[in-house]
Design a protein around this ligand. Structure first.
Ligand SMILES: N[C@@H](CCC(=O)N[C@@H](CS)C(=O)NCC(=O)O)C(=O)O
Length: 208
């Protein structure tokens, strides 16, 4: 049992950065998580049982807290980190952290993570014509998101305040593996320094 007094189970595919965010948050906070694995390439999150019992939206990650199920990676990170130093006490800083987490879901993940998924796991030859037609726009969107982060990180070691927060964890997850989607990390020197700082945190765990 843990400080939550309920078993915590992460329903995940270990290749997913969204799932890794939750594992990394838990590891940095020393919270034990049981892991239940699914293969999204085999549609294991689309079965009638999964849709009924785990997430009607058909996606992982889902954090199970006792009998309750919490989809959406950033919500799960928030659940684990509430009351910890990973969420700032200052009201503006807390909202600013959420700003970066919404940015991650709207500007970063749909471009950076999707290209990694398409190129590394689906394979370019297997993409639909529609997906192939989206590659250029997704690359431009991902580069724009990385440029925003890089510019910010030239002025600050962390995305919010002067220590690591959930904003860093949320954006680290797909940024550190973005080269698999064809992005070049060497174009973003401030991001490279920040990636090293995250990887050097006490309790850090690597993606499987
Ligand atoms: N906004 C969601 C995105 C979840 C998501 O897209 N999950 C993907 C893997 S990273 C998935 O389950 N794909 C399988 C499918 O759609 O069938 C989050 O942050 O958790």
């Amino acid at each position: 049992m843990n400080a939550f007094m309920e078993d915590l189970v992460l329903h995940e595919d270990p290749r997913s950065g969204n799932c890794f965010k939750i594992r990394l948050t838990a590891a940095l906070l020393g919270i034990p998580l049981e892991r239940r694995q699914y293969d999204i390439m085999k549609g294991e999150t689309r079965t009638p049982e999964f849709l009924r019992d785990v997430n009607a939206n058909g996606r992982i990650p889902v954090l199970q807290v006792g009998p309750r199920f919490l989809p959406e990676s950033n919500a799960a990170c928030w659940f684990l980190a509430e009351g910890s130093p990973l969420i700032p006490q200052d009201r503006f800083a807390r909202a600013d952290m959420l700003r970066w987490m919404f940015f991650e879901q709207y500007n970063h993940e749909p471009n950076v993570a999707t290209l990694r998924f398409w190129l590394l796991f689906v394979g370019e030859a297997n993409l639909s014509e529609f997906q192939k037609g989206q590659i250029t726009a997704k690359r431009a969107g991902g580069e724009a998101a990385l440029a925003v982060m890089d510019e910010h990180l030239t002025r600050s070691d962390w995305l919010v305040g002067d220590s690591v927060t959930l904003a860093d964890i949320a954006l680290y997850a797909y940024t550190h593996v973005c080269e698999a989607g064809g992005f070049r990390l060497r174009d973003y020197p401030a991001i490279c320094g920040w990636l090293d700082r995250v990887a050097g945190l006490s309790g850090y765990v690597a993606m499987d």
